[in-house]
Design a protein around this ligand. Structure first.
Ligand code: KIV
Ligand code: ZN
Length: 511
């Protein structure tokens, strides 16, 4: 019998620490439901002490999710651990993940603590967390640059205190596979009570080796991997869940363990996370990139047609790729929409949400003859990102773009219910529209990113636009989708502005 490899997903916590990837409570809940459907063992739902909103989102996830453990991160201090403990209280299975840095540079420069104080704080945090749950995980932040002897001392102490999972993070993405595997092997060998806990690995991707390092740790005894969907995460991201899971499944000859992931849910989960966070997936990304199973060159195509295994080591359908499926059309009714959404894993919480989705579906069906599953997913993702309390709404947009003339936009917005309007010229129709919006709103925000992706193929496809704005150190992403990309752009810009104006103050766990 193979060992179980525990999949700990931190998309909603470490993934959310990516610039602008902050999610609303409802967006987090939708992703958490999909992660449960995917079969992840542990969902790290957030960092409860970050803000009351974060704690509330964790509590909502803990209340809803029944088949995965729901976890909150907590720094090794009383306030954080209590906030985490309260947030996971409703969970069927709840975990507190407490951490403190153990490397000389972090202890001296960031924490300004002596090593003895760090051990003491770690033990105290684990003991306090046990008052809320017997499932306590401890992480030694920056383990990659920590001294092995000290790491062994901290780990031995927290096992004695009652921690059940010990996580070894490469916080800065510095390691290489041989070294990381060796570190895991040495820890398990040298920590006297190592057999009492599950060893875990958590790797960042700064040198592009997060997945390779995680797998090296698994080959040396780690039985939990911390990872994110699409490799989302701070800087270059975290180890990507889909790559870890498919490597273990495809190379059973190498890994003596298995996961309980339903791999056919991988692509739908990847799409949902991308749509909600506004982080597109690069086409050549392993497993979930649009080209991952596309055979362009004639030689490859010929080989695949004759015998599929010539060039394919995995089957597209096993990870949830289905060809663009024509699902609904102009004449489809509300029930057909509800049923199809259910079939592709979208559960709308209320009749109101279904009505809103249906109204948008009808609007889209007027402009686009064929509606695909991808269109429906974009439609509900955009609906979910709209908040009834949003201050700015797009009322109308008129652009004039002609060869030899400077593009011009006339935009009408609703600002808290009152209509405002402005005209502007710009380098292109999108630029003119953004300038007109900015003239009315006066946000002073910097545009960090503007990207357009087509959701399906064809010139009548919906364009999905992501806009990233920064103001006073706060970064937000906004999304919009429409068959007209100038309208999609204006919607995305307004979505980002609403988030910028509405965002609450949040603490970052590692700074
Ligand atoms: O990268 C890291 O060290 C972390 C810890 C908080 C586990 O995310
Ligand atoms: Zn991390």
């Amino acid at each position: 019998m193979n060992d179980r490899l525990i999949i700990f997903d931190t998309t909603l916590r470490d993934g959310e620490q990516s610039p602008g990837a902050a999610m609303t409570r409802d967006e987090k809940l939708r992703i958490a439901r999909q992660l449960e459907r995917l079969g992840v063992d542990v969902i790290e739902a957030g960092f409860a002490a970050a803000s009351p909103g974060d704690a509330e989102a964790i509590r909502a996830i803990a209340t809803t999710i029944r088949n995965s453990t729901v976890c909150s991160l907590a720094r090794a201090n009383e306030r954080d651990v209590r906030a985490a403990g309260e947030a996971i209280r409703p969970a069927a299975s709840g975990r507190i993940h407490t951490f403190i840095a153990t490397s000389p540079i972090h202890m001296e420069k960031k924490l300004r603590m002596q090593p003895d104080q760090v051990v003491e704080a770690a033990v105290r945090a684990v003991k306090l967390a046990l008052e809320y749950t017997d499932d306590v995980e401890f992480s030694a932040e920056d383990a990659v640059r920590s001294e092995l002897d000290f790491l062994c001392r901290v780990f031995e102490a927290v096992i004695d205190a009652g921690a059940k999972t010990l996580n070894v993070p490469d916080t800065v993405g510095y390691s290489v596979p041989a070294q990381w595997g060796e570190r895991m092997r040495q820890l398990i060998e040298r920590v006297p009570n190592a057999d009492k806990v599950v060893w875990s690995t958590h790797c960042h991707n700064d040198l592009g080796m997060a997945v390779a390092n995680s797998l090296a740790a698994v080959m040396n005894g780690a039985r939990q991997v911390e990872c994110t969907i699409n490799g989302l995460g701070e800087r270059a991201g975290n180890a990507s869940l889909e790559e870890i899971v498919m490597a273990v499944k495809t190379r059973r000859d190498v890994f003596s363990c298995e996961t309980r992931i339903d791999t056919t849910q991988i692509v739908p989960t990847s799409r949902l996370v991308s749509q909600i966070t506004g982080y597109p997936v690069q086409p050549n990304k392993a497993i979930v990139g649009a080209n991952a199973f596309a055979h362009e060159s004639g030689i490859h195509q010929d080989g695949v047609l004759k015998h599929r295994e010539t060039y394919e080591i995995m089957r597209a359908e096993d990870v949830g790729w289905s060809h663009n499926k024509l699902t609904l059309g102009k004449l489809s009714g509300r029930n057909a929409l509800r049923n199809r959404l259910q079939e592709i894993g979208v559960v709308l919480d209320s009749e109101e949400a279904l009505n809103a989705a249906f109204a948008r579906f009808k609007e889209l069906a007027d402009k686009k003859r064929e509606i695909f599953d991808e269109d429906l997913l974009a439609l509900v993702a955009v609906d979910a990102s709209l908040d009834a309390c949003d201050r700015f709404k797009l009322v109308s947009l008129k652009v004039c773009s002609e060869t030899g003339e400077t593009p011009h936009a006339h935009v009408v917005l609703s600002d808290g219910g009152s209509e405002i309007r402005a005209d502007e010229f710009g380098g292109g129709p999108v630029d003119a529209s953004f300038r007109a919006i900015e003239k009315m709103v006066g946000s002073g925000a910097n545009l960090l990113l503007y990207s357009v992706n087509n959701i399906t193929t064809g010139t009548d496809a919906q364009g999905e636009v992501t806009v990233r704005l920064a103001r006073n150190g706060r970064i937000v992403n906004g999304q919009g989708a429409d068959t007209d990309i100038v309208i999609a752009s204006a919607k995305a810009y307004l979505n980002a502005l609403n988030k910028l104006f509405g965002a609450e103050e949040r603490a970052h766990p590692q700074v």
